[in-house]
Design a protein around this ligand. Structure first.
Ligand code: ZN
Length: 198
């Protein structure tokens, strides 16, 4: 494992076994770590090591389409799938070697192209593997409900996050429909009949 210098002060956490097992099933070379840090909010990857931010400070961003997260645990799953999407697309990684330090890639266009491809992979995975996805969501929801955060500056409640993001109360069905309807590029996709989160 190469610990990025930006995470030098972060608390590294072993993910639940089901998550490790799942990542290895996607690619045996992958090592997945969770981390908690007071300031750093991004997930990182260097080669096959992925570092998932488990803080939910900005999780209201994930309640909107195309992500449609309904729990913070689901946000963690989406972050994991996104990093796996980078691996599966053979992207160079968020971090590059500069001398003996790992630094973030700076080329904005290149980063954006890779970001889109990784999200596309993540959301297609969700679309095609509902059962696995739901299992991962329950694992990560249990994790985020029981893990003792050192710094917690967000609320777990979905309605609260929705209201913060859209400035209105969620209706019963709105987000579920949105999540089923759109892929990452806002294109209408066919919704599988048995698709239900949780
Ligand atoms: Zn990314």
């Amino acid at each position: 494992m190469n610990i990025p210098s930006i995470l030098a002060n972060a608390k590294l956490i072993n993910p639940p076994y089901g998550i490790v097992e799942f990542c290895e099933s996607v690619s045996p070379a992958i090592c997945v770590y969770f981390y908690e840090d007071k300031c750093v909010q991004q997930s990182y990857r260097f080669k096959n090591d992925i570092f998932i931010n488990i803080k939910g400070t900005y999780w209201f961003n994930y309640v909107s389409p195309p992500y449609g997260a309904e729990t913070f645990g689901e946000v963690i799953v989406l972050r994991i799938l996104h990093e796996l999407g980078h691996v599966q697309n053979n992207h160079a990684g968020t971090l590059i070697d500069i001398g003996n330090k790992l630094q973030e890639v700076q080329d904005k266009n290149f980063v954006e192209k890779c970001e889109n491809e990784a999200w596309k992979w993540a959301l297609e995975f969700r679309y095609n593997n509902n059962l696995i996805y739901n299992k991962l969501v329950s694992i990560c929801t249990e994790f985020s409900n029981t893990y003792q955060y050192v710094y917690k500056d967000w609320k777990d409640d979905y309605k609260n996050q929705f209201k913060y993001r859209f400035n209105k109360e969620p209706s019963e069905s709105c987000l579920l429909i949105e999540k089923n309807k759109f892929d990452y590029f806002g294109k209408l996709i066919k919704c599988p009949l048995n698709y239900r989160i949780l």
